[in-house]
Design a protein around this ligand. Sequence first.
Ligand code: NAD
Ligand code: DAU
Length: 350
Amino acid sequence: MKKILITGGAGFIGSHVVRRFVNTYPDYHIVNLDKLTYAGNLANLKDVEGKPNYQFVKGDIVDAEFIDALFEQEGFDAVIHLAAESHVDRSIVSPLDFVMTNVVGTVNLLNAARKNWKGNYSSKRFYHVSTDEVYGTLGETGMFTEDTPYDPHSPYSASKASSDHFVRAYHDTYGIDVVISNCSNNYGSYHFPEKLIPLAINNIKNNKPVPVYGKGENVRDWLWVEDHARAIDVIFHNAAAGTTYNIGGHNEWKNIDLIRLLCRIMDQKLGREPGTSEQLITFVTDRAGHDLRYAIDSSKLQKELGWTPSLQFEEGLEKTVDWYLTNEEWLNDVTSGHYQAYYEEQYANR
Ligand code: NAD
Ligand code: DAU
């Protein structure tokens, strides 16, 4: 019986990781710790909330006393750490929020693990989920490998880079069993509609402008979120202590090409004349410090642990559009802020 703390499990990727672990490992007890910020939504986990091996705890990783007490009380065997402020544009507006959750929150978890595990790290593991954005930007060619030097440009990526360094430092200094993975852009169900793909789906559906930053020339390497959750599972169970793996889809798209493909799919799904949705594309002021291109070389993960992405992008994007069109209530709730008001009331006295 393993007791695993998953942080940020009510968010986009975290909810897929929680679902996978709860369903695949009935012998594990999964504790999902989440602050339920604007990005955290328990509706993402409706299908697992009644499972006997699942438990939700509302809390903030920035609160060191609370985190220490939780470790003391629960005695976790492992941590899979996803809780973070994750949106680059928000980090440009409020960098300190990113320092607090992404850096201080991570160090609080490392401290609690260290205190609670008392130097006995056999069968203990701290898995830190990170991003390819720590490597900075690529030009027209090349790919990020695990040895690419860190060169973050946004407050978000700087905070994630810092947290990665702390995780490695706790391995080198105190001997904690850690693993880190750095993943490219995810897409799929339960993705909060501030991020490019769900935002564009929602705007196209509602006949609103689709904002494309700059000239739409920036390139991202898109991965199906369930493939990321499967990679986390494989790495969690098989990686050697202290190692890092890059995770990516070998699936590079210029933003403008991706949005045009999405417009074609939406026209078809909504029964619109071909070309109708493309008229919504609106070029807007570029993001400050906008990284030009990300591309992940995941050959280490493929060769050493046998993981490969399962879905072709066109198929995954169509599935994603279907999910958003079917789950209108979820989309309306998160865009109206209805669920946030509900949680504020629900947790007011806890
Ligand atoms: P998300 O914003 O959808 O979810 C983040 C979750 O963390 C939310 O449920 C939120 O409530 C919770 N959270 C935020 N601050 C917290 C705090 N102080 N205490 C406790 N919980 C808190 O993010 P996501 O896109 O699912 O990303 C999850 C992780 O994966 C992040 O660490 C991110 O850096 C990393 N990542 C994301 C992507 C991507 O494409 N989305 C790619 C690579 C890596
Ligand atoms: O690479 C992994 C990272 O991917 C994760 O670490 C981050 O948490 C995640 O948010 C994502 O970051 P990006 O900045 O790449 O994702 P976003 O969806 O915000 O933007 C994707 C691209 O689309 C980027 O080049 C900016 C552009 N964009 C974004 C938005 C929201 C637009 O052109 N218009 C938009 O409205």
